[in-house]
Ligand binder design. Structure first.
Ligand code: HEC
Ligand code: HEC
Ligand code: HEC
Ligand code: HEC
Ligand code: HEC
Ligand code: HEC
Ligand code: HEC
Ligand code: HEC
Ligand code: HEC
Ligand code: HEC
Length: 335
């Protein structure tokens, strides 16, 4: 009967063949609570690595092919919490019922038939970071949003998909403002999640002028792709395109562009997150900012005097050069 079911399911194309899985060694390997063990400050330097190396060094590879026909009903007697949690997610709605658990935990036949004997099933929690992510990527890698995962800073640092996403989310999480389904099974709110590791970034957003991320009007992933990108710092675009998506008035093209943006885009003069200077500028004294490029040494238009009375003008340069981002009227950005 079971065999028949299997063929039926295969015939309808529901069976996904699995690649190689890393199974964790059976034995005293502790069940790691993912958020607690990984959500350390990046600056601590020990973030993640301590918890992942142990698993890496002892893991062995076993090829597992999903071909049994036990669905979540077969698990509910012993794992009602996990089944209920799974049923709260988009995953439970998107997949053919009958095969759900196997997509990540591999063939469940032995496990069910032995009534849960030790070492008979793949524990995703005990996989190496790389194997774990591969388990998810076999379905998600084709989406452009996740397609740069393997080259991301996060993958390189041993952060995994389930560091940030909870595949078996709790009831509290589901009912919170960060509801599963609306918010991609994120652990906590996005800002809390990111700042739990990126502590120094939080300090930036507390500076006198800043993008309102802590206030909730913007999110880290407006500018970064946490799954990696082909730009530095996992940015969604280069440091001009990214900014003018929202700051349309600075987009241009202007008849007279300020070449200051050629190399570093907007971050040539502005901090990206927050600053102690007005307008999120890199330096408090605007004059100093201008002179960092406009000097004899840098060879970009040395400072000038006015009316031949002095060698340099006093005060902020933007007193006169008001159209500092570019102008259609004046090549010196006076208007
Ligand atoms: C008769 C009870 C029973 C049923 C039915 C059952 N399990 Fe289990 N399961 C257990 C027990 C007991 C353990 C703990 C075994 C151990 O210590 O490794 C376990 C452990 C697990 C683990 C963790 C393995 C590890 O190495 O930490 C996973 C994952 C799992 N079960 C998934 C499933 C899935 C999926 C199903 C349904 C297809 C299922 N179980 C059905 C009893 C059961
Ligand atoms: C999308 C992948 C995925 C699917 C599908 C999935 N799980 Fe899991 N499961 C995980 C991950 C990842 C963990 C460990 C991380 C965590 O606690 O969030 C886990 C943990 C578990 C555990 C705790 C033991 C352990 O390995 O740490 C059990 C039991 C379990 N799952 C059962 C199930 C059952 C039953 C189903 C089907 C209803 C299911 N899972 C479907 C990914 C999955
Ligand atoms: C550093 C944290 C982080 C990691 C690691 C991470 N994600 Fe995400 N993921 C996010 C955030 C943040 C969102 C956006 C949530 C929102 O829209 O509110 C998201 C959204 C998603 C979405 C839904 C949105 C979409 O359009 O794709 C999927 C699917 C997803 N992630 C899969 C993955 C997979 C697979 C991995 C591992 C390869 C992974 N994530 C690793 C933080 C993370
Ligand atoms: C068998 C294919 C498959 C596997 C394996 C898989 N997913 Fe998914 N996942 C889907 C589908 C289908 C959807 C729903 C449609 C979509 O968003 O693309 C989805 C949606 C998601 C979402 C968005 C949910 C939402 O509410 O917006 C996240 C986050 C996610 N998956 C994370 C993971 C993680 C983490 C893993 C590995 C532990 C994983 N997935 C493994 C197929 C898969
Ligand atoms: C307005 C867009 C924007 C937002 C929102 C944003 N970032 Fe950034 N972030 C950037 C840019 C641009 C850079 C690269 C600057 C450069 O090239 O010098 C960067 C760099 C970084 C860096 C590496 C350099 C550094 O400053 O430490 C980290 C880490 C980072 N961001 C984390 C975050 C986190 C976490 C959040 C949310 C709490 C966030 N960012 C929100 C634009 C943004
Ligand atoms: C579990 C801890 C952890 C979480 C959670 C986390 N990160 Fe990271 N992140 C890291 C580590 C570790 C690195 C690599 C080391 C580094 O460059 O700081 C990194 C690197 C980055 C970088 C590249 C920094 C650079 O210098 O180029 C950005 C940008 C970033 N993360 C943004 C985010 C965003 C956005 C989120 C939330 C969606 C997030 N991170 C959540 C640990 C984490
Ligand atoms: C040459 C340095 C420089 C570059 C490059 C630069 N800015 Fe500015 N920006 C300034 C200065 C100086 C001010 C303050 C103007 C003043 O003194 O009145 C400012 C002010 C701003 C303001 C606040 C006031 C306003 O005009 O809305 C925004 C927003 C802004 N810049 C965005 C951008 C964006 C987006 C880019 C990239 C396209 C960019 N800036 C590139 C120097 C620069
Ligand atoms: C997702 C939209 C968005 C993106 C992308 C974005 N900004 Fe902003 N930015 C805003 C909003 C909204 C404000 C106004 C915040 C406020 O009034 O508190 C702002 C304010 C500013 C200010 C003025 C701050 C002040 O207090 O005067 C500067 C300068 C600025 N952004 C520069 C940048 C730069 C540089 C980038 C690219 C690295 C960038 N922005 C990317 C939305 C964005
Ligand atoms: C990151 C370097 C950089 C910074 C900072 C910078 N500039 Fe420039 N600026 C340039 C470059 C490069 C040119 C193009 C010079 C050329 O074509 O000879 C330029 C051109 C100009 C011009 C037009 C000169 C001409 O001959 O057409 C003016 C005026 C000017 N900048 C004023 C300022 C002021 C005022 C500030 C401070 C708010 C400033 N710049 C900050 C790099 C910079
Ligand atoms: C009182 C108004 C005023 C102030 C203040 C001012 N400029 Fe100018 N700047 C001008 C005018 C007007 C021009 C047009 C050419 C001319 O008349 O010499 C000019 C031209 C320039 C040029 C291009 C021609 C040249 O002489 O190299 C640069 C570069 C420049 N200014 C940079 C600066 C910098 C840097 C500062 C701040 C240290 C500054 N300006 C302060 C009015 C001013």
């Amino acid at each position: 009967m079971k065999k028949l079911l299997y063929y039926l399911i295969t015939a309808t194309g529901v069976v996904f063949l699995f690649g190689a899985f890393d199974t964790a060694p059976s034995g005293p390997a502790p069940r790691t609570a993912i958020p607690a063990s990984t959500a350390k400050s990046v600056s601590s330097g020990t973030c993640l690595r301590a918890t992942t190396t142990a698993a890496t060094s002892t893991a062995r590879t076993t090829a597992i092919v999903a071909k049994s026909s036990y669905g979540p009903e077969a698990c509910v007697d012993c794992h009602d919490d996990e089944v209920a949690a799974f049923n709260r997610t988009t995953h439970s709605k998107s997949w053919q019922h009958g095969m759900a658990c196997e997509q990540c935990h591999g063939d469940v036949t032995k496990h069910v038939e032995s009534k849960g004997a030790e070492g008979t099933i793949v524990s995703v929690a005990k996989m190496t970071p790389q194997k774990l992510s591969e388990t998810c990527l076999k379905c998600h890698e084709k989406k452009s949003e996740q397609s740069h995962w393997k080259v991301s800073e996060h993958a390189r640092a041993g952060v995994t998909c389930v560091t940030c996403h909870d595949v078996h989310p709790s009831k509290e999480q589901k009912s919170s403002a960060n509801a599963v389904g609306k918010s991609a099974m994120i652990r906590g709110t996005q800002t809390e999640l990111c700042l739990s590791c990126h502590k120094s970034t939080e300090a930036d957003f507390n500076k006198p002028t800043h993008h309102r991320v802590l206030e909730g009007t913007m999110k880290c992933n407006d500018c970064h792709n946490p799954h990696g990108s082909d730009k530095p710092h996992q940015l969604r675009a280069d440091t001009k395109t990214l900014c003018v998506k929202c700051h349309q008035d600075k987009r241009g093209p202007f008849l007279y562009e300020h070449s200051a943006q050629t190399m570093d885009g907007c971050v040539a003069c502005h901090e990206q997150h927050g600053s102690a200077a007005r307008n999120m500028l890199k330096v408090r004294d605007v004059r100093e900012l201008c002179l960092s490029c406009h000097s004899a040494e840098m060879g970009v238009g040395p400072p000038h005097g006015r009316g031949n009375l002095s060698t340099t003008t006093a005060g902020d340069c933007t007193r006169c050069h008001v159209a500092i981002h570019g102008s259609n009227r004046d090549k010196y950005f006076i208007e």
